[in-house]
Write a protein that binds this ligand. Structure first.
Ligand SMILES: C[S@@+](CC[C@H](N)C(=O)[O-])C[C@H]1O[C@@H](n2cnc3c(N)ncnc32)[C@H](O)[C@@H]1O
Length: 419
C-alpha cells in the first residue's frame, strides 16, 4: 500500500504514524527467567531444537513466534514420550512428592497461566447473566462435571493416606482448567481394553501454540522417534505468530472450553430451538402440535435449528414447513396423510417447497425472529458495555457476531423478496 502510492504522496506524519502502529503490532519476545529455565530444562531432557519462541501478541496474548521461516511439511515441535505428562507419569510424580522431592515438572508448572478469568466457569454469577442461554446451559453442565471430578479426586486422596496431599476447590479448578485447555489426545500403544482417559497428555512447549481456524496442522505420535509431533501444512514467516488448529469450533465452544473468541469465526451460528419450540400457531389444536413434533422426531428433524452467516439450515426450513402446514385441524386423515407425504417429499428433494403461501410464512417467521433477536443482542450489548471488565470483551464479540449473523439473514430474505 505504502509502496503503491509512493513516499512523497503520503507525507512524513502518516509514515511516522504507520511505523508507530507497526511497532505496536509487533510481538514482544518473552525473556522471563522462568521461560529461560524452562527452555534449558527441556534441552537437558533431550528436546529437539525448534524454530519457535514464546512471545506476547496484541491480539491473542501469549503464543509462539517463528524465529525463522517455516515451510509446508515441517515439524513444528516434537515432544519426546518421556516429557509427556500423562495420568501414568503424574501418579509417579505423586509418589515422588510423597518422598518430599521437587516435582519433575516444576519448571513447566511455573510457565502455566496464573488464572482463568475469561473462562465462563470462573465467572461471578452476575456475569453469567450476560451469556446466551445455550452457553449458560453448557456452563452448568461443565460445572457439574468439574464438581464430580473434584469429589472423586478428594475421595482418592483421602484413601491414599500416605500421600498426605489436600487440594482446595480453587487449586483443583486451576489444575482442571490447565488440563482441559492444554491437553492432547494420543495413542502410543493401541490396545482393545485401553481406557481413553489414559490417552490424554500434556505436551510441554507444544501447549504454548494458540488456535487459528486457518492453520493446517497434523498432530500424531511417531512410533519410530517415540515423540508426539506437530507438522504444519501452513507456511509461516519469521516474526509471525505460529498457530495450530484446535478444531472447527464456533465462538460459544471456544469461550466455554478455552476462554477466548475469534473475530469473524466462520463456524459461528445462532440456535433457534428455543424460539421454534416456544411459538404457537393460532387455533392449532394441542394434538396436532404433538403430531408434528413426533413427525419431526420420526424423520430425524427434531431440534438443532441453526442460522449461519447468510445461510438458513435445511433442518430449520424443513421443520418450519411442517410447522406452517395447514390446516390439519378438522380435515380427513386421508388429506392429512397427503399433506404429510408432500412435506416428506421436500426432505427427499422431490419437491423444493410445499406451496408459495407456506414458504412465505416460513420466511416471515425467520425474519421476525431475527429482528427480535437483534433487539435482544442490542439490549445485552448495552448491558455488557456498561460494565468495565476485561473478561467481558469476549461477550461483546459474541453478541456482536450474533447480531451480524442475524442481520445477514434479514438481508438474505429481503434480497430474495426483491428477486
Ligand atoms: C493450549 S493454550 C495456548 C497457549 C496459551 N496462550 C498460553 O499462554 O499458555 C490454550 C489457551 O490459549 C489461549 N488461546 C489460544 N488461541 C487463542 C486465540 N486465537 N486468541 C486468544 N487466545 C487464545 C486461550 O486462553 C486458551 O485457553
Amino acid at each position: 500500500m505504502v509502496e503503491k502510492y509512493g513516499k512523497s504522496r503520503l507525507g512524513r506524519t502518516f509514515r511516522k504514524r504507520l511505523n508507530r502502529q507497526n511497532r505496536l503490532d509487533m510481538p514482544s519476545v518473552i525473556k522471563d527467567v522462568e521461560w529461560i529455565i524452562f527452555r534449558d530444562w527441556l534441552k537437558q531432557k533431550g528436546f529437539s531444537k525448534t524454530k519457535l519462541t514464546l512471545a506476547e501478541f496484541n491480539d491473542t496474548g501469549r503464543g509462539m513466534m517463528a524465529t525463522k521461516d517455516i515451510v509446508v511439511g515441517e515439524i513444528l515441535i516434537s515432544v519426546p514420550l518421556r516429557l509427556l505428562i500423562t495420568p501414568k507419569s503424574l501418579s509417579n510424580t505423586m509418589q515422588k512428592r510423597r518422598k518430599n522431592t521437587k516435582s519433575s515438572v516444576y519448571h513447566y508448572i511455573q510457565m502455566l497461566p496464573k488464572n482463568f478469568d475469561t473462562m465462563p466457569i470462573c465467572f461471578e454469577l452476575e456475569l453469567l447473566e450476560f451469556l446466551p442461554n445455550n452457553v449458560k446451559e453448557d456452563v452448568k453442565s461443565q460445572k457439574l462435571k468439574f464438581e464430580e471430578d473434584f469429589r472423586s479426586v478428594c475421595r482418592f486422596l483421602k484413601k491414599q493416606l500416605n500421600f498426605n496431599i489436600n487440594i482446595t476447590y480453587n487449586e483443583f479448578l486451576w489444575s482442571w482448567l490447565c488440563v482441559n485447555t492444554r491437553c492432547i489426545y494420543f495413542e502410543p500403544f493401541k490396545s482393545i481394553n485401553c481406557d481413553v482417559r489414559e490417552n490424554i497428555a500434556i505436551a510441554p512447549m507444544l501447549d504454548f501454540l494458540n488456535h487459528n481456524f486457518n492453520a493446517k496442522t497434523k498432530g500424531e505420535f511417531n512410533k519410530v522417534t517415540q515423540c508426539y509431533e506437530i507438522t504444519t501444512f501452513t507456511p509461516w514467516k519469521k516474526g509471525q505468530q505460529v498457530f495450530i488448529n484446535y478444531g472447527p469450533h464456533d465462538n460459544f465452544k471456544l469461550l466455554l472450553d478455552y476462554g477466548f473468541t475469534i473475530p469473524n469465526n466462520p463456524f459461528n451460528y445462532i440456535l433457534l430451538d428455543d424460539e421454534f419450540f416456544k411459538f404457537n400457531i393460532k387455533e392449532e389444536a394441542e394434538n396436532i402440535v404433538s403430531k408434528k413434533s413426533s413427525l419431526l422426531m420420526k424423520n430425524g428433524f427434531y431440534g438443532d435449528y441453526v442460522l449461519h452467516t447468510s445461510q438458513i439450515s435445511f433442518r430449520l426450513l424443513t421443520a418450519l414447513r411442517l410447522r406452517f402446514l395447514r390446516p390439519l385441524n378438522n380435515i380427513s386423515s386421508q388429506e392429512t396423510q397427503h399433506l404429510i407425504t408432500k412435506w416428506q417429499n421436500t426432505i427427499s428433494g422431490k419437491y423444493e417447497i410445499l406451496s408459495y403461501e407456506n414458504e412465505i410464512e416460513v420466511y416471515e417467521w425467520i425474519d421476525s425472529v431475527c429482528k427480535e433477536l437483534i433487539r435482544k443482542c442490542d439490549f445485552m450489548l448495552e448491558k455488557v458495555n456498561s460494565i468495565p471488565s476485561s473478561s467481558l470483551e469476549n461477550l461483546k464479540l459474541l453478541w456482536n457476531e450474533s447480531k451480524n449473523i442475524l442481520t445477514s439473514i434479514i438481508i438474505l430474505i429481503q434480497d430474495s423478496k426483491n428477486m
